[in-house]
Design a binder for this molecule. Structure first.
Ligand SMILES: [Fe+2]
Length: 357
């Protein structure tokens, strides 16, 4: 079978991996011949793997995998309206980002915030926005879409953290501008499907410093500037550009970091079924608490999981049921009611949630 190289965001459940996949630290995470599932795709995103080799498949087979859950969402009038506002805002962001990258500091921040507010108002609550974002991700302009998503996630997150209006405004902008430095990294590197060379990766890392430089002289809160610089720092010191540890990282940057990784892990693509948030939460539970601020992360994961209470799901053994209780100590393993039976996934180690229905 012929192998092709794809970006991680093009990976779909069922694809067969054609070459071993390693992390940047040369840790083997998926072996050749493995059939990808949602859990593994989440893992690829968690480890920031930019691309991988898979065997070529029949496009018809891929099409049939498109999940009805996402289709249903996309066909609602609410989603269509949301989508329109979203697309308008993206072009607004695009214009402003180009201006900023060219050194023009006359950017209408209030107008940009009005746009994000308008999108948030299209959704009735936090969950709505998260669901809508899952439906929306079919665009190519990764930086703008990602920036808007992170900004929206930060805004909802600020509400969960009971932040004041002013703080919410600042963290929303911190999310919006966190990747502005990518405008100054060569596009062929940002959009490259294959594995980045060491030099290219070093170049990508510079988007943090470049972003800080773009924002440095603007009349905005310093925490917005810090977020551009520090959103890839990790609490255990494993991040970049400075390898700062928890005490050295600004709180708003810690919030943006969680929103950033969540969006990267859940971002959608054309031939892909709806993200299973339980897998994403599981990845964070396994390795997130040393890398991200545990206080913020706990609030974030708990609120995300609460959004899925009463959702219908399909289990890995094919049974269908309803999420009836979220387990605080194992957020990704809730209690499921299948007919008259209650299944506690934290105790059933061979069972997991396959998909949301
Ligand atoms: Fe970034």
């Amino acid at each position: 079978m012929e192998a092709i190289r794809i970006r991680t965001d093009q990976a779909v459940s069922g694809m067969i991996v054609a070459a071993d996949v390693y992390t940047s630290n040369d840790q083997l995470i998926i072996t050749k011949g493995t059939r990808l599932d949602e859990r593994m795709i989440t893992k690829l995103r968690f480890y920031n793997i930019s691309g991988l080799s898979v065997y070529k498949r029949d496009p018809i087979e891929i099409n049939n995998q498109e999940e009805s859950y996402l289709e249903k969402l996309r066909n609602t009038p609410e989603f269509k309206k949301f989508n329109r506002t979203y697309v308008e805002t993206i072009s607004e962001i695009e214009n402003n980002f180009y201006k900023m990258a060219n050194g023009e500091s006359e950017v209408d921040i209030d107008n940009l915030l009005k746009e994000t507010d308008r999108i948030l108002n299209e959704g009735r609550s936090g969950i709505h926005i998260f669901e809508m974002l899952h439906g929306i991700r079919d665009y190519d302009d990764m930086t703008f879409v990602h920036s808007l998503n992170v900004s929206l996630i930060c805004s909802v997150f600020a509400g969960w953290l009971k932040m004041s209006k002013e703080e919410t405004r600042i963290v929303t902008l911190a999310g919006l501008f966190h990747d502005i430095g990518k405008m100054l990294v060569p596009r062929e590197i940002i959009a490259k499907a294959g594995k980045l060379t060491k030099d290219e990766y070093e170049e990508v890392k510079l988007h943090t410093i470049k972003g800080f430089q773009v924002l440095k002289n603007m009349d905005i809160d310093v925490r917005i500037k810090y977020a551009a610089l520090m959103h890839h720092e990790r609490c255990d010191g494993s991040g970049y550009p400075n390898g700062f540890k928890s005490g050295q990282i600004d709180n708003f940057s810690k919030i943006v970091a969680i929103a950033d990784v969540y969006d990267a892990m859940t971002s959608n693509r054309i031939y892909r079924k709806a993200i299973c948030p339980f897998d994403v939460v599981e990845s964070f539970e396994k390795e997130g608490f040393i890398k991200f601020d545990p206080g913020y992360l706990m609030v974030f994961l708990e609120r995300i999981m609460q959004c899925y209470l009463h959702n219908k799901v399909r289990l890995s053994d094919g049974r269908e049921g309803e999420v009836v209780m979220i387990n605080k100590f194992a957020l990704s393993k809730p209690v499921i009611r299948c007919g008259d039976t209650f299944i506690d996934l934290s105790k059933e180690h061979n069972l997991s949630i396959d998909t949301i229905l």
